[in-house]
Design a protein around this ligand. Sequence first.
Ligand code: C5P
Length: 227
Amino acid sequence: MELCVALDLPTKQENLDLINKIKEYDVWLKVGLRSYIRDGEEFLKDIKKINPDFKIFLDLKLYDIPNTMADAAESIMGLGVDMFNVHASAGKRAMKEVMDRLSKYENRPIVLAVTALTSFNEAEFGEIYENSIAKKADQFAKDAYESGLDGVVCSAYESESIKNITDKEFMTLTPGIRPFGEDAGDQQRVADVAYAKNAHVDFIVVGRPIYKSDNPALIVEKILKKL
Ligand code: C5P
């Protein structure tokens, strides 16, 4: 299991300060919508300047018509990131087109599909998808697997079932991790590190418990010891 640190701070400088504090650790860094919209490709280069070994997960959750998604995926390919994601609800045709478009590249990034956002509770999810989170997450994962993606973004509670219906090697990346039972914030389906490990999660994403702490490096170290 690997740790992916979410860079969700309000300014580029605060994100860079956080990265500098944890630069000697073997972690992935997650660049999300806020940071990428504000700081762009330059920020990705700044990360690599601090430590070229940092792996970058570009969390833009693409959702559009198939051709637009494949075009975007190809542009992401040019950024040299190590992982990015799309929404499974964009459909199998869109996911297949993304993978087809990337197939001509030798070193394509890992591509994941978002199943159900971890901020949804059952009632909110049901209003949109008219199904339970567990059932729909399994279905989305199956769609992503059959479309040739490498894995899914899901909650730690769905990881085991998803691996059972797809493949043990099909990756799961789980946000909503509160490593040692910290405050959940807006997340609904939170799990701790031990739970994620038991569920054979491949990547845990941790944001606030690290960047809101007085000593982010210490929290990272404590989490890494538990992996
Ligand atoms: O601060 P926290 O640990 O809750 O951060 C979780 C991160 O994971 C945020 O950047 C959020 O956008 C992202 N994320 C999520 N749920 C998903 C996909 C991504 O919380 N399904």
